[in-house]
Structure formats: C-alpha cells, structure tokens
Design a protein around this ligand. Sequence first.
Ligand SMILES: Cc1cc2nc3c(=O)[nH]c(=O)nc-3n(C[C@H](O)[C@H](O)[C@H](O)COP(=O)(O)O)c2cc1C
Length: 183
Amino acid sequence: MSPIEFLATRQSNGFLTSPAPSADQLNAIFTTAIAVPDHAGLNPYKFHQIQGDGLTKLTNYYVEAIKSVTDDPVKIAKAEKMAYRAPLLIVVSTYYKQHAKVPKQEQLVTAGCAAHAIQMASTALGYGAMWRTGDVAYSNIVKQGLGISEDNDIVGFIYIGSKSKELPNKPRKAAEHFIEQWQ
Ligand SMILES: Cc1cc2nc3c(=O)[nH]c(=O)nc-3n(C[C@H](O)[C@H](O)[C@H](O)COP(=O)(O)O)c2cc1C
C-alpha cells in the first residue's frame, strides 16, 4: 500500500484485544508522536501509557468522575468497563508552555497531531486503535488522578490493541466538497 493510500484509507477500530504493541513497537509509536509539527519545538504534550493495574486505577477515577455528574446506574456501569476496552491506553494531554509567539491553540493542535500520529503508527504496525474523549476527558477528577493540571487539557484517550474484528473499508465523501478554489 502506498503512503497516500494508507493515509486515505485509515480508519479506527474499537474492537480490541491482547496483545498490545511490544515495548519496541511502543517506542516506535512514541517516536512518531514527538515528530509532529511543533511551533518553536515546545513539546506541548504529555503521554500516559496505561496498562494492567493502571487500567484498574484509572477505572476508579472514571467511576468517580461519572458519579460526580450523574447517579444513572447505566452510565456508572459503563464507566466501570470503559478503561478495559483495550489492553493499552495512551492518554494524550497538553503541556502548555508560555511563549510569546505560540498561543495555546497552536500547542493544542500539536498535541492533537501527536494523538493522530499515535493512532496512525499503531495502525501502520497492524494494530487497531480508537481515539475517544467523552465526559471523562473533561473531568478534573480524572485529570487530577493522572496528575494533569487543571489548566491543561486531555486531548484524547487512544485505545490500542490487536484487532478482534476486521472492519470493512469505510466509504468516504469526496474531498472536493470541502475545497473552495479561492482566487
Ligand atoms: C478529539 C476526538 C474525540 C473523539 N471522541 C470520541 C468518543 O468519545 N467516542 C467515539 O465513539 N468516537 C470519538 N471520536 C471519533 C472516533 O475516534 C473516530 O474518528 C470516528 O468514529 C470515525 O471513525 P474513523 O476514524 O474510522 O473515520 C473522537 C475523535 C476525535 C478526533
């Protein structure tokens, strides 16, 4: 598959199981994450690599976060399972730096690019990956549990694992609908 074909046909896969990428593969994945465009080279991101007992610990924060906004037993039961959707979870958050020429929004974009790179590198290695957020991404309880300051943002939870199900290629819209030939 050509690089263009790879980029154009990428898709998420949330049907994930063990094994997760190996240590060497994870090193390769993180290497792509820190190779993204980054104005002034601020490295305005942090990655939490969470597996095993970490998923259990994170679940406690997920549940606490959901219980703080609802007492709906269905939502609480969902929160108890969420972290175990994959054997590996990478939480991508911002790590904003003060810089005269690089506003926070640019740093957020860089962190988003890093999240995309993590998903793409995982896909390139044959794994499935799914970028998720939801209430838990915007919860100070979860942020505090992970040691992320309130003034930073969780950009995404990237769930990664071996695909338990192959998905058919998703039809995409033609790109021309989104392009204006401006003169
Ligand atoms: C910032 C961000 C947050 C997302 N959060 C969720 C989410 O919480 N739940 C979900 O089902 N999909 C979420 N998605 C979308 C999926 O990751 C995925 O992109 C979407 O289902 C389309 O599938 P595709 O990537 O195969 O085109 C999010 C995507 C982005 C970029």
